[in-house]
Design a protein around this ligand. Structure first.
Ligand code: ADP
Length: 848
């Protein structure tokens, strides 16, 4: 039966495109009711919005309307108050009228009023008298306008403020104009404040003409009855009135209304009916507020004032930007946002589910793949692997079957794992398993004995590790047949032992160095050669014992040996500091891909010594030969010279010639004796010279201070003769041939005492210590030597003076040179001719 997981079903069911389409459809279906709900909410909020606007608009209109009405009534009251002035006072003078106007502060309290006037009624019979009276009041041009004969006249006689525009109305008969007359008559007959219809006031100039209206309040003669129309008509004497320029009036009324409301509102005032002819006021509107010519809301309200019917028309031009601030817009916007959010959420949820299923499906297939991989790895492993719980095997690989000879896995799985261990080892292995399970310190790898199904016992390596799975401790066992390895190891051990004994038995110092010169193996001979223990040697580097080369040179030498090998000589420093000469035979070898130098060292100190001695003997032999040659030369020339002289003298004596008289015979014999003595000195010096051997026999510690003291005694007479002052500085003990050193200093001191031409001879003897030798000097203030003769004087028989100048044999300095040579030193002179000479010589500190 083929079982599939829901995740697999999911992935198999549909193609990705179809699935996406399906999910989108689901999301839109989910979105639809929500969208509908938003639309309904927006619609309702819009309606409520409109209603609210309507209400606000109506309230504003009514507020304005009642404001206008209240102001008109206030004007009426003011006029009534003015009229009352005539009821209480017998006639009102112009001055009183003016004072009343000023005191009332009408312009401030009722802004927009054009003035406060009084028009008097004049019957036809009193016309002239009236004109004269007024003229006499100081207005000579006064007359009643318009001219013409009429039964009854009226004239504006007071009008405050009596300035500018208002002066033009002075003397005007308002009864002549029908609209004004109608209002005047209504006021008279009904005893009310009456408004005229639309008029152009006399005060208007040609500029900025405004529509006007007037309000009249009747003034009745004081004390007359005014109960009926008839009585009122009889009692009337004039009118108190106010002219209004409509714009000024309305600005005065609306001036303190909320400006923002008015900005979007246009107000028109009609007298009686709505027509252009009856339009008495039109408010200005900010054109930028007007989106188009059509108002968003309109309302007309009637305004009744004592039989006068005004109609106020309101139009609102609302600001389009207000739409975005409206509740409907906010609801629409929020609703849309919520819908989008819900849509995304829904899609995400669907996707999350889908992704979860895909991941689950992938994990399942990964798991299967891993499982098969694991099985493949296990079965391809060369090592036998088994897992067991509580001592029973739960899984194993093919190598495990092969190792023990099982035919199939069932033969192991479910059985105790200990069965594969040889009986003799089972207790030990049980103990080992116990320790590993309980974390007690035990080796990871254990060598034991395994048993095959055919009973064959073999060497087995077991390694155990534990791990937890599903809360159960599992033991992973890796088993390996190590029979072959053990055999190979045994072979290696035996080979290694053989190699070690060969190495140790060798008389040459064998050592193996890595490519850095570090010692990795060494035999006893080499340890002995250098005086170290084996342990000490294994910590050393070739630079620690080689005394010939610097570290860098040694590294180069190692490289050279690794690449091409070589035989060479060097010097090694032993642990005790002594130096030995060695001959190294080295070759490069490669072990485990690493370069090493296999070196065999042979101590050749003895051989070297013999070689050096041989060289020295050869050298001495050569010198002896040279000396012999010189001796022959001396014998033939220098020795012959005094001999010839002696022969000649003897010839003279023997021939018995006249010259050989008895008196000069004695002289000849003295001369011959002197010559013989000179020859004897020469032969003695020659003998001394030839005696100086080159071997170093008779070397011992010599105290030079004592030597000088002794010589000062020997040369006492000569020192006294030349009044010499000898300064002796601190002088060392040296290792030398005492007799020869005596001879050396004797010759130098003798010369210093000889070669001078003054009475005060000064000789200085001193020594400075150098690295490997002592440097002595004998300094005098004698005649000095020219530079060209500095070397010559050390040759045998070389003299710079004749016998008569300074007596000598010419052997002294040659002798000195030979003595210094014997001590492996050097001798030389430094001098300033005529001032003195300093003879230097060195004597080595150690002699071998
Ligand atoms: P000798 O003194 O017997 O002549 P030397 O070998 O001692 O022979 O000296 C060689 C020559 O070196 C001398 O003849 C002398 O001319 C010169 N000489 C040696 N010592 C001195 C000195 N201290 N001052 C000047 N000249 C010297």
């Amino acid at each position: 039966m083929n079982i599939t997981t829901p995740a697999e079903n999911y992935t198999k069911e549909t193609t990705p495109n179809k699935r996406t389409y399906k999910n989108l459809r689901k999301a839109f279906l989910f979105l639809l009711p929500s969208l509908l709900l938003t639309i309904v909410a927006v619609y309702n909020t819009g309606k409520a919005d409109d209603e609210k606007k309507r209400l606000e608009f109506t309230t504003t209109c009514e507020e304005i309307s009642s404001k206008i009405s209240a102001r008109l009534h206030a004007h009426a009251e003011m006029l009534r108050g003015s009229a009352a002035l005539f009821a209480t006072t017998e006639g009102v003078s112009r001055g009183q009228w003016k004072a009343f106007f000023n005191a009332s502060k009408i312009e401030r309290n009722l802004p927009g009023i054009q003035g406060l006037g009084y028009a008097i009624i004049i019957p036809k019979k009193d016309l002239q008298k009236h004109i004269v009276t007024i003229k006499n009041q100081g207005y000579p041009d006064y007359t009643i306008k318009p001219f013409g004969e009429r039964e009854i006249y009226s004239s504006i006689i007071y009008l405050e403020p009596f300035t500018e525009r208002n002066l033009r109305a002075f003397g005007y008969d308002m009864l002549t104009e029908p609209s004004r007359r109608k209002a005047m008559e209504l006021a008279r007959d009904s005893d009310v404040a009456a408004l005229s219809g639309k008029v152009i006031l006399l005060q208007e100039t040609k500029q900025e003409i405004q529509t006007g209206t007037l309000m009249y309040v009747p003034v009745y003669r004081n004390g007359m009855p005014i109960n009926t129309i008839e009585e009122r008509r009889n009692a009337i004497i004039g009118w108190v009135y106010s002219p209004y320029r409509m714009n000024d009036l309305m600005n005065g009324i609306l001036g303190n209304l909320n400006n923002t409301k008015l900005k979007e509102l246009q107000l028109k005032l009609y007298d009686d009916s709505l027509s252009n002819a009856t339009l008495i006021y039109e408010s200005k509107i900010d054109n930028s507020k007007k989106v188009n010519d059509l108002p968003s809301q309109t309302l007309s309200l009637p305004l009744n004032f004592h039989s006068k019917n005004w109609v106020i028309s309101f139009s609102e031009y609302s600001n389009p930007t207000n739409y975005f601030k409206s509740d409907a817009f906010i609801v629409a916007f929020s609703g849309l946002l919520i819908n989008i959010f819900l849509f995304i959420l829904f899609i995400t949820l669907i996707n999350t589910k889908r992704n979860a299923l895909i991941i689950a499906s992938k994990l399942t297939s990964d798991l299967k793949e891993n499982e098969s991989k694991l099985n493949a790895i296990l079965d391809n492993s060369f090592d036998a692997i088994a897992v067991h719980i509580d001592g029973f095997c739960i899984m194993c690989n093919i190598a495990a079957l092969k190792l023990f000879g099982f035919a199939n896995k069932e033969m192991i799985i479910g059985h105790p794992i200990i069965n594969v261990i040889a009986k003799s080892e089972q207790t030990r292995i049980q103990d080992y398993i116990f320790k590993r399970i309980n974390g007690i310190d035990a080796p990871f790898v254990y060598a034991t004995k395994g048993i095959k199904t055919d009973g064959h016992i073999f060497d087995l390596e077991v390694s155990l590790s534990t791990f937890y799975h599903s809360n159960k401790q599992h033991i992973l066992v890796i088993l390996r047949d190590i029979s072959e390895r053990l055999q190979a190891e045994a072979k290696i051990v035996s080979l290694a032992t053989r190699y070690q004994s060969l190495l140790q038995m060798a008389s040459d110092g064998i050592h193996i160095l890595n490519d850095q010169g570090q010692i990795v193996e060494v035999n006893n001979s080499f340890c002995k050669m250098l005086g170290y223990t084996r342990e000490e040697m294994l910590r050393l580097n070739v630079a620690d014992w080689d005394n010939q080369w610097y570290y860098e040179e040694l590294q180069a030498k190692l490289k050279e040996l690794i690449s091409s090998g070589g035989l060479f000589q060097t010097r090694h420093r032993r642990k005790d500091g002594s130096i030995i000469d060695v001959e190294i035979n080295g070759i490069g070898i490669k072990l485990d891909n690493q370069n090493y130098v296999y070196a065999s060292a042979r101590d050749i100190t003895e051989r070297k010594k013999l070689e050096n001695e041989l060289k020295e003997y050869t050298h001495q032999l050569k010198r002896s030969n040279d000396d012999l040659e010189n001796f022959a030369y001396v014998a033939s020339h220098d020795l012959r010279a005094p001999l010839n002289v002696a022969i000649k003298i003897l010839d003279l004596l023997d021939n018995g010639t006249e010259e050989a008289t008895s008196s000069n015979k004695l002289e000849y014999i003295r001369m011959a004796k002197k010559t013989m003595n000179q020859m004897s000195g020469l032969i003695k010096d020659l003998l001394d010279y030839s005696r100086i051997g080159t071997n170093q026999e008779g070397f011992s510690e010599v105290n030079i201070t004592e030597t000088i003291e002794y010589l000062k005694q020997v040369l006492k007479d000569k020192i006294t003769q030349s009044s010499a002052r000898i300064i002796v500085h601190e002088l060392p003990l040296i290792y030398a041939n005492k007799t020869l050193i005596n001879e050396l200093f004797l010759n130098l001191l003798n010369n210093a005492l000889t070669y001078h031409n003054k009475n005060e001879v000064e000789i200085e003897i001193g020594c400075t210590e150098e690295k490997e030798a002592y440097k002595f000097y004998v300094k005098d203030n004698g005649i000095g030597i020219q530079e060209k003769d500095f070397e010559k004087i050390f040759l045998i028989f070389k003299r710079l003076h004749t016998q008569s100048e300074y007596a000598g044999t010419g052997i002294g300095l040659a002798l000195c040179k030979r003595i210094v040579d014997t001590h492996k030193g050097e001798i030389w002179v430094e001098s300033t001719f005529g001032q003195g000479s300093t003879f230097y010589f060195t004597i080595k500190k150690f002699h071998q």
